[in-house]
Ligand binder design. Structure first.
Ligand code: ADP
Ligand code: MG
Length: 141
């Protein structure tokens, strides 16, 4: 099924200058970037984006980190894009991520794990519209 998913290259990935390498991997794997934008979240925006985790002990650190510097957000489109992107990302903890995944290659810790990816069709839709307007998503037809 042709799907869309939201990817975020987190502040650690931008700082480490692996944005180009990560986008190359997306293109190579036919996770086609149909919209790309750089931005920086305020603490409040990060809290809104990660609202689902509001009761977790790491919510404060996570939202501080995600608002600590510029990020790159991408809407990716491809066959089974949501799950295939999760596979390419690897496990949440880079220490547990499989060889060949982005988090294994570029992640340093649970906080600094380089990328975010939507985990289901409903969250993908919500997360894409958090960052992109409908007209941003029609360039590729
Ligand atoms: P994922 O990003 O793999 O979907 P989650 O949605 O569970 O993982 O968590 C969101 C983010 O919160 C993770 O990417 C990670 O940066 C951070 N995180 C998750 N679990 C922990 C934890 N136990 N301690 C610290 N940070 C965590
Ligand atoms: Mg998640």
């Amino acid at each position: 099924m042709l799907e869309r998913t939201l990817a975020i290259i987190k502040p650690d990935g931008v700082k480490a200058k692996v944005v180009g390498e990560i986008i190359r991997r997306y293109e190579q794997d036919s996770l086609n970037p149909i919209a790309i934008r750089s931005t920086r979240l305020t603490k409040e925006q990060a809290e809104k984006f990660y609202y689902i985790h509001r009761e977790r002990p790491f919510y404060g650190d996570l939202t501080s980190f995600m608002s600590s510097g510029p990020i790159v957000v991408l809407a990716l489109e491809g066959e089974n894009a949501i799950l295939r992107h999760r596979d390419l990302m690897g496990a949440t903890n880079p220490v547990e991520a499989a060889e060949g995944t982005l988090r294994k290659a570029f992640g340093a810790s649970l906080d600094c794990n380089v990328v975010h990816g939507s985990d289901a069709p409903e969250t993908a839709l919500e997360e894409i519209s958090f960052f992109f307007k409908d007209e941003d998503l029609t360039l590729f037809g």
